[in-house]
Design a protein around this ligand. Structure first.
Ligand SMILES: [Fe+2]
Ligand SMILES: [Fe+2]
Ligand SMILES: [Fe+2]
Length: 280
């Protein structure tokens, strides 16, 4: 199989990992605190690792990791329906990985896909168990449909955080600069935390997190990437600062200021990286 074809298949897998992450996070957030939500979130974290391994392999082959979101099964009236959807999503992934393992010649890539496949098989078992467990325990969707200024601000934040998670991951995959790679990956994880905090705040306050993203910077030169990243950080640090002053709830104020301080830290880190990159 030629490289382009391998990259195409791996990108298909990567897109579906992306879809699975969002599907599982949506469920975990919607259920609020609790053991099952934690376990679903842990499965989402496994899918993040898969996404990471696939993206690194694609880059090693000279390809570009896709940012498209793949298959999702988001319907269902009850938590138990959602868990059945998750079983079906895992079954689709298992079938696709089995096909891709057969199609690959490279032993290293075959081995990687087999490694991922074993996780998907475990996830299928988890979700099968959750179909029954959610019925038995009466697990509920605790989201509301809050539509005020707070909900608007939180959804703005979620949209931003999701966008920079994708952007920083892409930059970390595409930059040849080792320090940039490492920092971008680290900060992407921090942005992922922000997304989680905001989504949990939203659900706790009777809202419904909308997990969609806006345009991701696709620069190919490291300096251009860092410039785009600094620009977006400056904009959002200012926006979080403004929002923290406008909103009344002291807990929410504190949360937004904590995120703002993290964003200011990102600006400093990225500025240092940009200076070092420009000296090269
Ligand atoms: Fe996966
Ligand atoms: Fe953030
Ligand atoms: Fe940031």
């Amino acid at each position: 199989m030629d490289k382009d074809k391998i990259v195409e298949l791996l990108n298909q897998d990567l897109q579906d990992e992306h879809g699975a992450i969002i599907q599982y996070l949506t469920h975990a957030y919607a259920m609020g605190e609790g053991e099952m939500a934690c376990e679903i979130e842990a499965n989402a974290r496994d899918e993040m690792r898969h996404l990471d391994w696939l993206a690194e392999t694609i880059v090693e082959l000279g390809g570009v990791p896709s940012l498209k979101r793949g298959k999702m099964l988001m319907g269902g009236k009850s938590v138990s329906d959602w868990m059945s959807n998750n079983v079906r999503l895992e079954e689709g992934a298992i079938k696709q990985y089995q096909e891709h393992i057969k199609a690959m010649d490279d032993p290293k890539i075959k081995r990687l896909l087999k490694r991922i496949l074993s996780d998907e098989e475990a996830h299928r078992g988890d979700f099968e168990h959750f179909v029954e467990k959610s019925q038995r325990e009466g697990a509920k969707d605790i989201r509301g449909d809050r539509q005020d200024k707070v909900a608007e601000t939180l959804n703005w934040g979620i949209e931003h955080e999701y966008t920079v998670v994708l952007q920083y991951l892409l930059h970390s995959y595409l930059s040849p600069n080792k320090d940039v790679k490492q920092q971008m990956e680290d900060q992407a994880i921090n942005e992922m935390q922000h997304l989680g905090w905001l989504a949990e705040e939203m659900v706790g306050g009777g809202g419904n997190p909308r997990i969609e993203h806006t345009k991701v910077d696709q620069s190919t030169k490291t300096a251009d990437m860092l410039q785009a990243d600094i620009k977006i950080e400056k904009e959002v640090a200012a926006a979080y600062d403004r929002a923290s002053k406008e909103l009344e709830d002291p807990g929410l104020k504190k949360l937004l200021l904590r995120i703002r301080d993290n964003e200011n830290y990102h600006i400093d880190v990225f500025n240092d990286l940009l200076k070092a990159e420009e000296k090269k």
